[in-house]
Design a protein around this ligand. Sequence first.
Ligand code: ZN
Length: 370
Amino acid sequence: MQQTSPEFAPSSSPGPSLIDDQERYSRQILFSGIGPEGQARLAQSHVAVVGCGATGAAAASLLARAGVGILTLIDRDFVEASNLQRQILFDEADALQALPKAEAARRKIAQFNSGVTVNAHVTDLIPSNIAELLGDSQLILDATDNFETRYLINDFAVQKGKPWIYAAAIGAYAATMNILPRTPSEAPASQSSAWEPTACLACLFPKPPSGPVETCDTSGILSTAVNFAASIQVTEALKFLTGQVSLLRRTLLSFDLWTSERSEISARTPAKDCVVCGLREFSHLAGVNRPHITLCGRNSVQIHEHHRPVDFAAMRDRLSPHGEVRFNNLLLRFERPPHTLTIFADGRAIVQGTTDITVARSLYARFIGS
Ligand SMILES: [Zn+2]
């Protein structure tokens, strides 16, 4: 099996597959919930997965194997050794190359289902690019690791009347919820009664969790919890994509695989006083109070202040006297122990080796430019 590919490519354009689709999907078609009609609908479907970490890799793998025709994958990060325990689309070669996760996922999917079109985007999902990145998909799967992005997805989904599925995993705990926003009134009449709206994320959680938030880097994570969350999330997605909206769960479900504790909170109907789906105030979409610098776990800081393209060759020439530089057409890595700066083509940088925003900002200003 081919494990690496010499060049990066922006997105896939799969050639004709030698595998017969009837044979490939035969066991799934036999399942009465899918059948030949459901399988045909999956082939016409377009799903966006936000985040290609553990949950996103599992969800993308399940969707691609199930035969969802188009996948849009969005991730801002690159593969590291500590990902291999649970991020099922990546291998050792990806970690050694520090391949961007969205691109590594695209390559791996092409190896097991070349009939799926994968649009891989190595970028941070932000207010200014969300419409372009998510506008064409009919369903959005959340596989992010932070509430800021989830509230942004929620704003966008409610504004557009586009369904999304929340999923989260930490330790041995997994949680997921389907969000079916009210279809906008300007939508065609055929869509206006497609579903009864559920609660949105902001109905249940008007404010992000306060205080220190547990992350995979502080609490650890079991691969099984991630795959459990992704399995439920993708099963709900299959129901939606095959037109069986009445079967969708209308609760926030959580399950601890270690203790077997389980809970379900009703999300049956929107909260009357919800600022987002009731008053339709989209503060996250408007970028209000959005930080340009964020802690992104594992001893690193992301800086995204300058949205401008980067000339990697010129940067290599400038940085080489100060440390080791490697680059390809998606990212540049500059090692200056104890710090590593990774700069992406859109001007975004991840500074590893510190959680101190002042230190990160100073390194960025010194070596990348302010
Ligand atoms: Zn709401």
